[in-house]
Design a protein around this ligand. Structure first.
Ligand SMILES: [Mg+2]
Length: 405
């Protein structure tokens, strides 16, 4: 079989979009277009700057050389890694996989070696900073077809806080479990060591799917201690970038579930490698994705191929949506239709006729399996030009001291 003709990158664009997303569009001289997502909530301008450097470096390169571009993007500068540079590289990497799939007419999961499952289990976010969030959010998710949800364990919490915090968290978890839903509890790094062990112990009787970021991701030894203390699986990883960052958590046997974010960890390339790397430690994979549709589509492609995959985060009709949600920029959102807690694998084929006759997804095409409404993306980006990007809240205690968000 003859070698493929190169697909030379001619254009690399980024679009800042509500609610807090950064889409990447890569075009090649043979007319292929790939989409990626480099959303890094709270640091949008910094990632845009990092993209400027990637544009300077990679326009003129062959888009087929995904791994060569990844290596150069990661290693060719003296300083490397971290959220900003890795989010920019992630956006580019995802777009290159989309291009390669479209060029060859296959979904990305085919390029990664084929599926090991036909459906991907998903969970939805329900908030949890306030008690009223939780039950209302869980009921909505259940109606949407989810069988599992994730909630924040606590709101703002002091280094060592009142025991009433424990009781409030347990009540909220019990209320969600009473609806027949499985629930992951995200401590969000808000809880410090003294409270974390109490909180984890108090949740044990209610069997959460996992507790997430029980401590900040700078504490591998302390998280490992906690892991030996409680029976609930420990999940962590949205704030880790590349295999190197995961290494201390795996070597210390600190985590049971790895949660890399495809838009921060190094894209589809590194998420796929992380799946294999974590598997060797008997650690499950549950990619983090409270962001946009391109990141979710990229995760699903890897989830389908990873034997240790367990569940995928999916943020739908999110609380900070600012007029846009997961489906806004998609031409056909039925590719993410949830049936009894699962999304089915995109088949890589266009089937508009089937769509009309059988209400099947009309588009689950090659590459990432989604079709972006480019006109809306361009128009929205222009309309919001000059606006300040999304920022997270800042928590202070009653004494005025800073608390983790
Ligand atoms: Mg989290």
């Amino acid at each position: 079989m003859p070698a493929l003709d190169p697909s030379i990158i001619t254009k690399l664009e980024v679009f800042r979009l509500p609610p807090r997303w950064l889409f990447v569009r890569v075009e090649t001289e043979d007319g292929l277009v790939g989409w990626g997502e480099g959303t890094l909530e709270g640091h949008t301008e910094a990632v845009e700057g990092a993209f400027d450097a990637l544009r300077d470096q990679f326009v003129g390169w062959d888009a087929d050389k995904i791994q060569d571009i990844w290596q150069h993007g990661y290693r060719s500068k003296f300083y490397r890694g971290g959220p900003v540079l890795m989010s920019a590289l992630s956006g580019l990497d995802i777009a290159l996989w989309d291009i390669k799939g479209k060029k060859l007419g296959v979904p990305v999961w085919q390029l990664l070696g084929g599926k090991v499952r036909d459906r991907v289990k998903v969970y939805g976010w329900i908030g949890g900073d306030t008690p009223e969030d939780v039950v209302r959010g869980a009921e909505v998710r259940k109606e949407q077809g989810f069988t599992a949800v994730k909630m924040n364990g606590t709101g703002s919490v002091d280094w060592v806080d009142s025991p009433s915090v424990l009781g409030d968290t347990v009540d909220r978890v019990k209320a969600v479990r009473a609806l027949g839903l499985d629930v992951g509890v995200d401590f969000h790094g808000r809880v410090h060591k003294g409270m974390a062990k109490q909180l984890a112990r108090s949740l044990e009787p209610f069997s959460p799917l996992f507790i997430e970021e029980p401590l900040l991701p700078t504490q591998p030894d302390e998280i490992a201690d906690l892991s030996r203390m409680v029976s609930i699986p420990i999940a962590l990883g949205e704030r880790l970038y590349t295999r190197t960052d995961y290494r201390p958590y795996l070597e210390r046997r600190a985590i049971d579930i790895a949660q890399p974010d495809v838009a921060h960890c190094g894209g589809i390339s590194e998420l796929h490698r992380l799946a294999s790397y974590t598997e060797t430690y008997d650690v499950a994979l549950a990619p983090h994705s409270p962001i946009g549709p391109i990141a979710l589509a990229a995760c699903i492609q890897v989830d389908l191929t990873a034997p240790n995959f367990v569940i995928q985060e999916m943020s739908w009709q999110i609380h900070y949506n600012q007029g846009a949600d997961l489906f806004t920029y998609l031409k056909d959102s039925s590719v993410f239709e949830i049936q009894q807690g699962y999304i089915r694998a995109p088949n890589g084929k266009y089937s508009p006729l089937l769509s009309l006759c059988l209400s099947h997804p009309s588009y689950a095409g090659p590459g990432l399996g989604i079709e972006i409404n480019e006109e809306l993306v361009r128009e929205t980006a222009i309309r919001h030009q000059g606006e300040k990007p999304w920022r997270n809240d800042i928590f202070h205690g009653p004494d005025g001291a800073f608390r983790e968000w």
